[in-house]
Design a protein around this ligand. Structure first.
Ligand SMILES: C[S@@+](CC[C@H](N)C(=O)[O-])C[C@H]1O[C@@H](n2cnc3c(N)ncnc32)[C@H](O)[C@@H]1O
Length: 272
């Protein structure tokens, strides 16, 4: 069965908009709500609600192949599978465009996508690569890897993607033993293992000296700084702390969708 439901809010801005919308409705329903309070709530709701659509509208649109991949992902019935997969996992137009610009910025030829799902980030980065460029895409779920491979077969840049099915930790160790080096890495797999993946990437020199690592969901719906608790929120809070204390790297967290951290190897300290 196919479903085309609207994705539920999964970014701090869209969750905030959702909460504010509920408060606006509550204010409308309750007699005697202070008009100034209601006007302020409406203004705050509009500010939060309009952000993501504004970013979508003024960022470069997705290619027809990416658009089709997103549509197929939205139409698929994820509730029928046995795993935790859901349409909200798809990164989408703005983040895909961000990754494309990162490919251009580091002049990447070799890209590593950790956590492929239906292939949006892998295909976006493949589209930005030169003809001899390659994306190695890691995915543990065989069924979704097959779904992604069907998408790649229909996309002009799909032939640049080399899918590796299996637990990402094993795939990374195999890539390291093959002396592979990547110019750009997008980390978007199981959040509880983020720190171990980062450690493998750095300690096995899987990232080129000029390379960049982009890590998704590092704001995790606001859980690291609000009262909301979740296993993923705790894992991301711990990951962010460990990254901030790691002298091997420098980083910045960007509030793009659910947060993207950019990481590079720190330059060796020059003697003064
Ligand atoms: C958030 S989704 C990735 C979304 C994708 N990057 C995109 O742009 O649409 C996370 C994916 O990581 C996969 N995953 C989870 N644990 C993994 C593991 N240990 N090894 C490899 N992939 C894993 C999940 O099956 C899921 O497909």
């Amino acid at each position: 069965m196919s479903t085309t439901q609207q994705p539920r809010p999964v970014t701090p801005a869209s969750i905030l908009a959702h909460r504010l919308q509920a408060l606006v409705r509550l204010g409308e329903e309750q007699p005697g709500t202070d008009p100034a309070l209601q006007a302020g709530l409406i203004e705050a709701y509009q500010l939060a609600q309009g952000l993501d659509p504004y970013l979508d509208r003024f960022s470069t649109p997705a290619s027809p192949a990416l658009h089709a991949l997103e549509q197929r992902t939205r139409e698929h019935d994820w509730s029928a599978g046995s795993g935790p997969l859901e349409q909200e996992m798809l990164s989408g137009q703005v983040e895909g465009q961000f990754l494309k610009l990162m490919v251009h910025a580091v002049r990447a030829r070799q890209v590593l996508d950790i956590g492929m799902f239906t292939g949006y980030s892998a295909l976006a980065m493949a589209e930005a690569l030169p003809p001899d460029g390659r994306v190695v895409a890691c995915e543990v779920d065989e069924a979704v890897a097959a779904f992604a491979a069907e998408n790649f077969a229909q996309a002009p840049a799909g032939a640049k993607i080399d899918v590796r099915v299996g637990p990402a930790g094993q795939t990374l160790r195999r890539l390291a033993s093959d002396a592979e080096v990547f110019d750009l890495v997008f980390l978007d797999a199981d959040k509880v293992a983020y720190h171990s993946y980062l450690d493998i990437l750095l300690s096995h020199d899987l990232v080129a000296e000029h390379g960049l690592i982009c890590v998704d969901n590092t704001l995790m719906q606001g859980h690291p700084w609000t009262a909301q608790r979740s296993a993923n929120g705790d894992a991301i809070a711990e990951f962010n702390r460990a990254v901030a204390e790691d002298p091997r790297i420098e980083q910045v967290i960007l509030p793009l969708r659910d947060g993207v951290t950019l990481i590079r190897r720190a330059s060796p300290t020059q003697p003064s």
